[in-house]
Each structure stands twice: as structure tokens, then as C-alpha cells.
Write a protein that binds this ligand. Structure first.
Ligand SMILES: CC(C)(COP(=O)(O)OP(=O)(O)OC[C@H]1O[C@@H](n2cnc3c(N)ncnc32)[C@H](O)[C@@H]1OP(=O)(O)O)[C@@H](O)C(=O)NCCC(=O)NCCS
Length: 162
């Protein structure tokens, strides 16, 4: 595995803002789920790349919950953060808010957990720096990520058997 020399580092957080244009919507005039998934994937990819400075691919989206629809014309804010790091994989939590542009009132609309893997130019996995967790929140996030990872590994194991 890879070239990375740094043993461990702090988490990285990425914020992306966009606006729900009519071309992004479904027949209910709210943000199309597939479009939001694309935004989430991009936010997670930027976040993971900024963390490890390697090429990354999406391995899986472990959970995605759409809590509230986001209307056309609203602003969309995505906040992606590295919450777990393995050897070559990173789990990125992406939280999404919808904001009514005139009032600035915003609502938490979606949460997703995306597993990204660092690879070299031949597609082979590469090692990434370990994650330093400092704050109470980061430790809580890590524990949540470890629970999610347990079910990922369990699912992958079961798939292998079939
Ligand atoms: C993701 C990928 C690089 C993993 O390669 P692999 O040879 O299966 O690697 P391994 O089984 O040894 O796993 C490598 C790491 O990825 C993790 N991983 C692999 N598949 C995973 C999945 N489906 N979900 C979560 N993590 C996964 C493993 O847990 C392991 O983590 P660790 O190194 O931190 O312990 C490979 O399956 C791949 O290239 N998939 C296609 C990716 C893609 O095209 N994405 C869409 C476009 S970006």
C-alpha cells in the first residue's frame, strides 16, 4: 500500500452551497433524490480527497435518509466531514440543509454516510493517514461510524458467502 508518510491527522470538513434550479427537481417541484445523491457523492469525494490527497472512489453509501424535501429556489447546504478512517477507507458523514432564501430559515433535510476508498492510478487501494479525534463530538461521531462500519463488514461478509 501507498506512499503516505503522515501517520495521522485531524479531520477535514467541506461545505458546499448550491441552489435548487428547476432542472434539478422532480414532478413535485422539490429536489430530485438522485440529484441530491450526486451532490452528496461529490461533497464526500472532495472531503475524502482533501483528507488523504490521493485518488478516491465511492465504495458504498451506507445510509441515506431524506428527512424533509427541499423546494425549488431554495439554497442547499452540504456539510461533509471525515468521521472514520481505516487503512485505505474513510467514512464521510454528509449533512444537508435546505434554506428558504429570503428568510434564511433553514431545515436539516438529509443525512448520509459515504464510504470512500483511496486508490492509486492502477486502482489499487492505498493507505491513508489515521484520524485524530479530539473533541467530544468527534469521539461520538467515531463511535457512530464504528457501529455503521460493523454492519458494512457484516453485509460484505454475507455477500461473499452467497
Ligand atoms: C472500493 C474498491 C477500491 C475496494 O477494493 P477491494 O480490492 O475490494 O479492497 P478490499 O476488500 O481490500 O477493501 C479495501 C478497503 O475498502 C473497504 N471497502 C471495500 N468495499 C467496501 C464497501 N462496499 N463499503 C465500504 N467499505 C468498503 C474495506 O473495508 C477496506 O477498508 P480498510 O482498508 O480501511 O480496511 C473496489 O471495490 C472498487 O474499485 N470498486 C469500484 C468503485 C467505483 O467504481 N465507484 C464508483 C465510482 S467513484
Amino acid at each position: 500500500m501507498g506512499k503516505t508518510e503522515i501517520i495521522s491527522k485531524k479531520s477535514v470538513c467541506v461545505e458546499i452551497n448550491d441552489i435548487v434550479l428547476p432542472g434539478y427537481t422532480n414532478m413535485y417541484h422539490t429536489l430530485f433524490g438522485g440529484k441530491l445523491m450526486e451532490m452528496i457523492d461529490k461533497a464526500a469525494a472532495i472531503c475524502a480527497t482533501r483528507y488523504c490527497h490521493e485518488l478516491v472512489v465511492t465504495a458504498s453509501v451506507e445510509a441515506i435518509d431524506f428527512h424533509v424535501p427541499i423546494k425549488v429556489g431554495y439554497f442547499v447546504k452540504l456539510v461533509a466531514k471525515v468521521i472514520f478512517v481505516g487503512n485505505s477507507s474513510m467514512m464521510i458523514r454528509v449533512n444537508v440543509w435546505g434554506e428558504e432564501p429570503l428568510s434564511g430559515k433553514n431545515v436539516h433535510c438529509c443525512t448520509a454516510f459515504v464510504n470512500m476508498v483511496a486508490i492509486d492510478s492502477n486502482g489499487n487501494k492505498v493507505r491513508v493517514p489515521g484520524l485524530i479525534t479530539e473533541t467530544e463530538q468527534e469521539i461520538q461521531d467515531l463511535n457512530e461510524a464504528l457501529e455503521i462500519r460493523k454492519s458494512t463488514l457484516h453485509r460484505r461478509e454475507n455477500r461473499r458467502k452467497t
